[in-house]
Design a protein around this ligand. Structure first.
Ligand code: SAM
Length: 191
């Protein structure tokens, strides 16, 4: 693998590739324009399932268009609701949860993820996570909400019992301007 750490979004995608095989279930917890939903759909294959959440109706419009172009529509379930309501929609174990937090770069910056609801969602994802499955969170501490999410998520995830979870935080300590960081919560396999 080349240039593993220059971009944490790409690193999160590499981890998705390593974890997912055809037939798996994955969740894009922040659908946005559907780039990550499309990527996860390519990995789970025609027998797999990707659930995707966003609170903006426009996200579902943009994402279904993208999935249709790729012929992936039948692999995905698009949900217009907050990820903090996940238990209402998903009743089966999930191998990968992906959160790309914050706001859409070219969208309305006031519509952004919030630490309270992000934390609620992560706690609910833990209940649905398969053994050896992973929750990946790309966090943007360069804006106020993102900083608050970073602090809350790091504090909460560091309390998870190491017998049950491996928690890793990847931040690029020599990059300027508060670069995004990646927080990973992997559920350990029973021994
Ligand atoms: N994954 C996206 C893509 O591939 O284009 C980018 C996601 S963007 C950085 C963050 C998204 O999270 C925004 O579209 C925003 O509407 C959404 N969002 C904000 N609060 C949310 C919530 N409580 N539940 C689900 N999505 C939320």
């Amino acid at each position: 693998m080349k240039d593993i750490f220059s971009n944490v979004i790409e690193l999160a995608k590499k981890i998705c590739k390593a974890k997912l095989t055809e037939g798996d279930r994955a969740v894009d917890c922040t659908m946005g324009n559907g780039n990550d939903t499309a990527f996860l759909s390519s990995l789970v294959g025609k027998d797999g399932r990707v659930y995707a959440f966003d609170i903006q109706e426009q996200a579902l419009v943009n994402t279904s268009k993208k999935l249709q172009e790729l012929n992936f529509l039948d692999r995905a379930v698009l949900i217009c609701d907050g990820h903090e309501t996940i238990e209402k929609y998903i009743k089966e174990p999930v191998r990968v949860f992906l959160f790309n937090l914050g706001y859409l770069p070219k969208g309305d910056h006031s519509i952004t993820t919030q630490k309270e609801t992000t934390l609620q969602a992560v706690q609910k994802c833990l209940n649905l996570l398969e053994p050896d499955g992973i929750i990946l969170l790309v966090i943007y501490p360069g804006h106020d909400n993102g900083k608050a999410e970073q602090e809350a998520l790091v504090r909460y995830s560091s309390t998870l019992d190491q017998k049950n979870y491996n928690v890793a935080r990847i931040c690029l300590t020599n990059q300027v301007n508060n670069p995004p960081e990646l927080l990973c919560v992997e559920k350990v396999l029973p021994r």
